[in-house]
Design a protein around this ligand. Structure first.
Ligand code: SAM
Length: 238
């Protein structure tokens, strides 16, 4: 396997789409070893409780540290145990709206790592001591999908895993398609067209039918600049 990915969540079913399409195929082909773990297996009371009220008051519930500690112990081979297996540890990614922004560059960086683990928070988030303790044992990054709030980390992990996995060699059949994409070189992608050449009175731009590859490349570059200026001027300013 090229990459191992572990996801810890109270909703394992949320990750089911990772069985589909290209990621599912990559899993079946053994390019990606993706394991989803149920946090509640590490909650030992009758109700399998994973949350409790916040110290200091305030709305909502906070995820308790003990189940998280145990789940991470299981991943890295035991809490402070002598000679814990190989000593290999994952890079732990904790999604959160207060994290550093996830970008194509983040995906590229993470796609080169052999082992990533994702901790999906719910409610008001995870007890801060879990971050601290984990950081003593493995690299930890808190990463945000964007400036908005989701109900849990699962959807963020679906997005991150998809963006990362498609960069792993062999996952996308045509690797050239990775090169010509938005965010690969700081510009948005040019508009694309397919057959028929005429549809509901709308014509495909002449130039694309011309067979003149130099002119087509120039036109596409021009389109990328225009589109980026219109939609994402922030990308042009730096
Ligand atoms: N009280 C937290 C705060 O303001 O930072 C928000 C908690 S949110 C309701 C519950 C969980 O959803 C978080 O622990 C995180 O796992 C996930 N989440 C929410 N928004 C996210 C975002 N923009 N990026 C990544 N994960 C997010």
């Amino acid at each position: 396997t090229d990459v191992r990915l572990d996801v810890i969540t109270i909703f394992p079913d949320y990750l089911a789409p990772l069985d589909l399409s290209l990621i599912g195929k990559a899993r079946r082909e053994g390019l990606i070893d993706l394991r989803v773990h149920d946090l509640r297996e590490h909650a030992h009371d009758r109700h399998r409780t994973v949350d409790d009220t916040p110290y200091g008051g305030g709305a909502g519930m906070v995820m308790k540290p003990e189940p998280w500690g145990e789940a991470l112990d299981e991943l890295v081979g035991g809490h402070h145990e002598e000679g814990a297996e190989t000593g290999a540890v994952p890079h732990l990614i904790i999604p959160g709206p207060g994290g550093i922004p996830f970008t194509q560059q983040t995906a590229r960086d993470l796609a080169t790592e052999p082992w990533l683990a994702f901790a999906c928070g719910r409610y008001e988030g995870i007890d801060e001591r879990v971050y601290e303790e984990a950081a003593e044992r493995m690299p930890v990054s808190v990463i945000s999908l964007g400036d908005y709030v989701l109900n849990g980390g699962e959807v963020a992990v679906l997005s991150m895993v998809e963006a990362i996995a498609r960069l792993i060699p062999g996952v996308i059949g045509n690797e050239q398609s990775l090169v010509e994409e938005s965010h690969e070189d700081g510009l948005l992608e040019y508009p694309v067209y397919t057959k028929p050449a005429s549809w509901r009175g709308r014509e495909v731009p002449e130039i694309l039918l011309s067979g003149n590859h130099g002119a087509i490349a120039d036109w596409r570059h021009e389109q990328r600049l225009r589109r980026t200026a219109a939609r994402r001027p922030d990308l042009l300013s730096d």
